[in-house]
Design a protein around this ligand. Structure first.
Ligand SMILES: *Cc1c(COP(=O)(O)O)cnc(C)c1O
Ligand code: SF4
Length: 430
């Protein structure tokens, strides 16, 4: 039996109420407060009480994942905000300094704003992205927040109230219409933020038309969420947990596949009795749970962590799906890992697990031309190269195509790479 726990949310405003912070060194606490004036910060009582090991601060991976760290801001930005806070500057001054810094942090990489938003007969479908034929992304307006924020989150533009750079749709019928006109789309992915932050009855308004109308060739509904890791009570004891489970059952009964795309960054997130009970309850509805996360320095940059995590997922009935390369946005410098190292971490982990875990693919970059996987580091005709492959292409003809880039120890993203063999351009740029 899991006892209900009342949700308590901490943010910059009530950070001093987190009991565990009282024992931290002054300097560390000041650093957290400074960075949280710029980068979105929130954490809940489950993460604080059951996931973070407070005897291991600041190195604890979940602490790194949820609490802002001084290294996330460039020194000069950090000092600027630190001084404003020290001098008790006005709210307005702090806010305006923070905005300037935020605008320099590249909130929407990979052509998200200009290239992926569908446009038809002069109408722009806000709150939707359709980049790969089979899968339409949908951003319900009420799901543009999270139970806690990952410090590396590339979606933070969604959270800081910058309307002009925010995706969101509150139109519950538009999605069905769009799918009806796009027979190539078989999957809808509800994403955010976190769509499971929404009340079940609100989520139902979006999902019900899909179950009833089965528009176009819709076969699968996916929901991207961190709720299992950060607030598993969502599925067990929250007021509308039963309603949510009923909704899941209805999706499955309608003949659509329901896949909970669950975001787990560390095996610790799979260890509590609450999360294990939640996984079991979701699986009992007939939904499938697939797991994905980015590879992030300070959080999970160790093959043993991934091997342990994939094994735990399979043991609990979930399916390892993607390992992502951290995106070029926000506090990227603090988190980034070179492609060479990412490949070695993936391989080191992959080697330690059975075929049941090897459904995972990666490390994969969600880059402008598509999802590009690092398949290997090898030598061809004496030249050291990365072997790369399109898992998904902006142009569907690129799918599963292999290509080669000159090996570069420092490269962290696709656009750091140069073609191998003295070629001028990658094939997808020609
Ligand atoms: C990853 C991604 C998808 C889903 O791709 P799958 O390989 O089917 O999981 C869809 N759209 C965008 C923009 C993506 O980045
Ligand atoms: S769970 Fe996802 S949306 Fe929420 S903060 Fe983390 S990366 Fe961002």
């Amino acid at each position: 039996m899991i006892e209900p726990v009342r949700y308590k949310l901490y943010s910059r405003k009530n950070i001093d109420q987190i009991p565990q912070l009282k024992n931290l060194p002054e300097e560390l606490l000041a650093g957290i407060k400074t960075v949280s004036a710029v980068l979105p910060f929130r954490v809940n009582n489950y993460v604080v009480e059951q996931l973070i090991d407070w005897d291991n601060i600041p190195d604890d991976p979940i602490f790194q994942l949820t609490f802002p760290q001084p290294g996330m801001l460039e020194r000069r930005y950090f000092e600027r905000v630190r001084n404003l806070l020290k001098n008790n500057a006005s709210k307005e001054d702090i806010h305006s300094a923070a905005r300037k810094i935020q605008m320099n942090l590249n909130p929407h990489p990979a052509g998200q704003m200009d290239l992926n938003v569908p446009e038809e007969s002069g109408k722009t479908f806000n709150g939707m992205q359709h980049k790969y034929n089979e899968t339409v992304l949908f951003f319900p307006a009420q799901g543009q927040t999270c139970h806690a924020y990952c410090t590396y989150c590339f979606r933070w533009a969604q959270f800081i109230g910058l309307e002009s750079i925010k995706f969101a749709s509150s139109d519950t019928g538009v999605l069905a219409d769009y799918l009806q006109n796009h027979p190539e789309a078989t999957d809808v992915l509800f994403t955010g933020g976190d769509p499971l932050f929404m009340q079940a009855k609100v989520l139902r308004r979006y999902i019900e038309p899909l179950i009833k109308e089965k528009p176009g060739n819709l076969a699968a509904i996916r929901i991207g969420t961190k709720a299992l890791a950060y607030w598993p009570y969502r599925f067990l004891t929250d007021n509308d947990a039963d309603d949510l489970m009923r909704l899941f059952e209805e999706v499955v009964a309608s003949g659509l596949q329901l896949s909970i795309m669950s975001h787990f960054s560390h095996y610790r997130e799979l260890e509590t009795p609450v999360v294990q009970a939640a996984l079991k309850r979701i699986l009992n509805t007939g939904a499938v749970i697939r797991c994905q996360a980015p590879l992030v320095r300070h959080v999970n940059d160790d093959p043993a962590i991934w091997a342990e995590m994939w094994k735990a997922q399979v043991k609990l009935g979930a399916i390892p799906y993607y390992m992502f390369v951290a995106r070029n946005t926000g506090a990227k410098k603090y988190f980034k890992i070179s492609l060479a190292r990412a490949f070695n971490i993936f391989t080191g982990a992959y080697r330690q697990v059975s075929g049941l875990c090897r459904t995972v693919r990666g490390p994969s970059m969600s880059a402008n031309p598509g999802k590009v996987m690092i398949c290997g580091i090898t030598k061809i005709d004496g030249e050291k190269v990365f072997a790369l492959k399109f898992i998904q292409g902006r142009n569907a003809d690129w799918t599963n195509q292999i290509f080669f880039a000159r090996y570069d120890e420092e490269a962290c993203w696709l656009n750091d790479l140069k073609p191998a063999f003295g070629e001028k351009d990658f094939f997808f740029n020609q």
